[in-house]
Design a protein around this ligand. Structure first.
Ligand SMILES: Cc1cc2nc3c(=O)[nH]c(=O)nc-3n(C[C@H](O)[C@H](O)[C@H](O)COP(=O)(O)OP(=O)(O)OC[C@H]3O[C@@H](n4cnc5c(N)ncnc54)[C@H](O)[C@@H]3O)c2cc1C
Length: 419
């Protein structure tokens, strides 16, 4: 990968410094390379060395039509998704002209490494950004590289470093999960559908718990146990929940006899009605999760990151101010805030809510709603098919509640270590 850094001196000024090569940083670099080609302005993508705590590998899923920008590196895709209710009822959702796509972070990183090699303006810097100073006309970054300190000047900075503290909120829950990549001797999975939510697991008093299953073949799958609650579980609790889900619900047997665990994935995603800043200086923007790209009610982030990255890349290439567009519409955030409040108070059970959502709404409306692309009329229809009274009560209550400090550590950093 083309890499350039000049320890101890000032590096060449760049038009854009992209801080962090996770989903948001990689996506922005890719959209710039796609749109700009040889005319891409000078852009530095800065990520610490793996040994210094760079992002752990993860998988990202989202839905979009075939022929998307990452299709060449998409690991697997499905034409159908599925939800199981607590009583085992099954809701199959045909995606029609959409596909549910699974992308591995290592594959996106490899794609962007090729972009960097092929695009003269793009360069990659291995190092941790330790300071960003906003200024008039340009910003300044300090980067701690394996070869020494580097000072970089950039017209614009796009910062995707996870925030240490979540902003003040009325409600903050976490979507937390551990997944096992499993391989079974006997054919055990239906590769035709990804299971988004399987509520056939014990439900907590507040929030929700469910299985998530991405079948890679009849013999291989990523099987996750997910909770929506105020705090993550311990490693032992996740493993016990996964043992129960794989053994008792999926009937796979035990990890040693019925199937083999070939890898794990774990994470914590904030579900919060906090307000995230997109602009933190004249020249400095936040992108990705730390810029509010996560949809509070679902944890889905990747599709929003794509919309924002594309808009930012277009603006940069056209020489316009590259303020990232609002990640979510105000009314979607209001609905999500009401749902979080309803879940947190226990007025609405997560399993009941999502069973109704998936069971009562037609596929197109449902997917547009989850993606934040639904019309007001569709949202009213969704609202009327959800538990109306507890949701209305939660909604009415929101203006009376103050946003308060969460006081927790950044959730991704606070996640239990992977095995
Ligand atoms: C395990 C997991 C699975 C997920 N799956 C999905 C999914 O299927 N679909 C979906 O829509 N969302 C998913 N999410 C939510 C969201 O899409 C991801 O968290 C996504 O990675 C967020 O992208 P990001 O760029 O904001 O943050 P990250 O991907 O976390 O990237 C931040 C980057 O900043 C780097 N960094 C940190 N400190 C510094 C520093 N000082 N200097 C330079 N760089 C630094 C980190 O190394 C990291 O690479 C998932 C989250 C997790 C944790």
């Amino acid at each position: 990968m083309a890499e350039e850094c000049v320890p101890g001196t000032s590096g060449e000024p760049v038009v854009a410094a992209v801080v962090g090569a996770g989903a948001a940083g990689l996506s922005l670099a890719h959209w710039l390379a796609r749109g700009g080609g040889p005319g891409t302005p000078a852009v530095a993508l800065i990520e610490p060395a793996a040994a210094d705590g760079a992002g752990a590998p993860r998988t990202w899923c989202w839905w979009e039509p075939p022929g998307g920008p990452y299709d060449a590196v998409v690991h697997r895709s499905w034409e159908q998704v599925r939800v199981y209710g607590r009583d085992g009822s099954r809701y199959d959702i045909a995606l029609g002209c959409l596909r549910y796509k699974m992308l591995r972070s290592a594959d996106l990183a490899a794609l962007v490494a090729r972009d960097v090699a092929d695009t003269p303006g793009l360069r990659r810097i291995t190092g941790a950004v330790t300071a960003i100073r906003d200024g008039r006309g340009a910003a300044e970054l300090d980067v701690d590289t394996p070869r020494g300190a580097l000072r970089l000047h950039a017209d614009w900075v796009f910062d995707s470093r996870p925030s240490r503290l979540l902003p003040d909120a009325r409600t903050t829950l976490f979507q937390h999960f551990r997944g096992w990549f499993v391989r079974s001797e006997a054919p055990a999975f239906d590769p035709s559908a990804a299971v988004l939510m399987d509520f056939r697991v014990p439900q907590p008093q507040r929030g929700a718990a469910f299985g998530y299953l991405l079948p890679l073949s009849e013999h291989e799958a990523l099987v996750e146990y997910t909770g929506f609650s105020r705090a993550p579980l311990t490693g032992r609790q996740y493993d016990a929940a996964l043992t129960h889900y794989t053994g008792q619900v999926l009937g796979l047997g035990t990890p040693h006899t019925g199937f083999e665990v070939t890898g794990t994935e774990q994470g914590v995603i904030p579900m919060t009605d906090a307000r995230f800043e997109r602009r933190v200086g004249e020249r400095v923007f936040r992108i990705g999760t730390s810029g509010g790209a996560t949809r509070p009610s679902t944890g889905y982030t990747f599709a929003t990151i794509q919309r924002q990255s594309r808009a930012v890349a277009d603006a940069l290439l056209a020489g316009r101010e590259p303020l990232p567009p609002r990640p979510h519409r105000a009314r979607h955030l209001a609905m999500d805030a009401a749902l979080l409040r309803a879940l947190d108070t226990g007025r609405v059970g997560g399993a009941a809510f999502f069973e109704q959502l998936f069971g009562r709404n037609p596929a197109g409306r449902l997917l547009r709603f989850l993606d934040g692309c639904s019309s007001l009329r569709e949202e009213i229809a969704v609202g009327l098919l959800s538990p109306v009274l507890p949701m209305a009560l939660s909604c009415l209550e929101l203006p009376l509640r103050r946003r308060r400090p969460v006081g927790g550590r950044d959730p991704d950093r606070g996640a239990a270590p992977r095995r």
